[in-house]
Design a protein around this ligand. Structure first.
Ligand code: GTP
Length: 118
């Protein structure tokens, strides 16, 4: 689906990017997709939440090891966007309240910006 994501960039204020924390073999491909999104001009102002999903499943790597492997701290430091990360299980509901809080906070901030909806 990656090649057509840019069709959905217009007027995008928040970006939720989900990575599979139970499948480190997809890490490098996910990282390439993420870097492509972060460098897209239309997403320069977006707030970004990177979700590590499926933390309920056993895995031979920790999320911290995955973050380190893709050099996520460097990516966050160099990105134009404000980037937050969260560890979740969409299936068990773990961490979803944090995601909702992020969405609320991000939306609230957007409305305070000039041009934000009343
Ligand atoms: N255990 C667990 N399963 C999940 C979770 N979130 C989604 N799934 C399951 O994962 C399956 C979908 O797999 P995904 O990897 O999300 O699907 P996909 O992105 O289309 O597949 P890939 O491109 O191969 O990763 C469904 O059976 C979901 O029920 C989770 O947090 N924990």
């Amino acid at each position: 689906m990656g090649p057509i994501w840019s069709s959905y960039f217009g007027n995008c204020h928040s970006l939720l990017f989900m990575m599979d924390a139970a499948n480190p073999t997809q890490l490098s491909a996910s990282c390439v997709q993420l870097l492509g999104l972060l460098s897209a001009e239309q997403l320069a102002e977006a707030s970004v939440l990177i979700l590590f999903n499926k933390i309920d499943l056993p895995c031979y790597m920790t999320v911290d090891e995955m973050k380190s492997l893709i050099r996520l701290p460097d990516i966050i430091a160099c990105a134009k966007q404000n980037i937050t990360t969260a560890e979740i299980s969409a299936q068990k509901g773990t961490g979803l309240s944090e995601v909702l809080r992020w969405l609320q906070d991000t939306h609230r901030t957007d409305r305070r910006l000039p041009g934000g909806e009343p």
